[in-house]
Design a protein around this ligand. Sequence first.
Ligand SMILES: *Cc1c(COP(=O)(O)O)cnc(C)c1O
Length: 469
Amino acid sequence: MNNNKSNQDRMFSDLRSDIFQKAESYGLEYLSQVLNRNVFPTQQALAELNQFEGPMPSQSSDANEIIDSLHQFGSPATVTTSGGRYFGFVTGSAVPASLAAKNLSIFWDQVSALQVMSPISSKLETVVENWLIELFGLPPHTAAGFVSGSSMANFCGLAAARYRVLKNQGWDITEKGLFDAPKIRIVTGRHAHSTILKAISLVGLGKNNIEWVDVDDQGRIIPDMIPQLDSKSILILQAGNVNSGSFDNFKVICQTAREQGAWIHIDGAFGLWAQATQKLKHLTDGSEFAHSWAVDGHKTLNTPYDSGVILCEDKEALMSSLHMTGGYIIAGKERDGMFYTPEMSRRSRVIEFWAALKYLGKDGVDEMVQGFHDRSLQFANGLKKIKGFHVLNDVVFNQVLVRCDTDEITDLTVAKIQELRECWVGGSTWQGKKVIRISVCSWATTEADVERSLRSFEKALQLVLHDKD
Ligand SMILES: *Cc1c(COP(=O)(O)O)cnc(C)c1O
């Protein structure tokens, strides 16, 4: 563009211009359609994404045009995960108050490394840490680190575990590293989430060293198959199997494993929230005996992306394994968030986490999570009534696995459901068979949404069978 003005001058005027109102009004327009838009972008919207292609411009652009083009070509190419009929992966929506809090905090642009860099961030991290301890019934000295999601939380949990297990054997991993370190045992179930495997490789333990434990037909570790553990062992359990939604039997496993001296990490990405309900908390019984827990905000709690927490009852292990220091670091009287996370600078995502918990309260969290379960049961029961669908899992939480008569029909039906755009579900494999995976994870999902989605499943299957004839 033609600019006699310096970019700095342009930015001074942008700050006072209406670009923020414009962005907000586009955002509000989007939000007003969120319950009724296509769940997945149309072919045309996808094709028009090529508007964004091209080399890095040498000239600057106008702020208004940037916002306009995002609105015009970006917005139609979004996936409406925040509505009520997105059941893909395990993907949460966003509690409106939490989304609004995030919007406000975007203007603040806080970094939550040190208390002195953002007192509000430090305060809310402390508050939410305490609330999570209470909600999940964890030991009072448990520390929380606010990270981008459960991938990172699993990584932090295993870093703390690695620190402690080696320290038990007189080896300081932070100083000496893994070369020549005593051997660590890693024990986990055959259905461990892929991010657990990634974390194992990231912390340098190596996937080939895993002692795999067999699982039952729901994907739960068979307690009797767990080998004798010791103080060199890290046992990784799961609250919420990403396919079936099942939970390992913490009650039977955790106390024994702890007595044997093992470190227990629980990947509770979406499932740990069962603990915050009255009717489903039996699923997480015994999870309080673990040492570290990974849990998401952005899945079950419905905070905006990206938000997860590492909870660790061995604060020293967590801090020592993630610790960094520098001459200019000013330790605060209160919490300095960076000591609990790998990052130094990071967005203050606790703000919307706090807002979601404050808005819902304990009863609201219970009601929302229970609602996911109820809608999942409705989905499963509805599918059982449609000829040609077979529900494969016990619906204990929010996940439903369903298949058609053959793998081929299942694949075609998933594709057809996606094409119809009434709802969105993905495919997976379960015990060697192709399945459709349904995850109910949005506060906005109503009984009517489930009903409408069931009709779409039915129609998709009919179309597939018709095409095949
Ligand atoms: C989603 C998920 C993860 C990874 O969490 P992110 O927040 O996506 O990083 C880990 N474990 C389980 C069981 C999950 O469902």
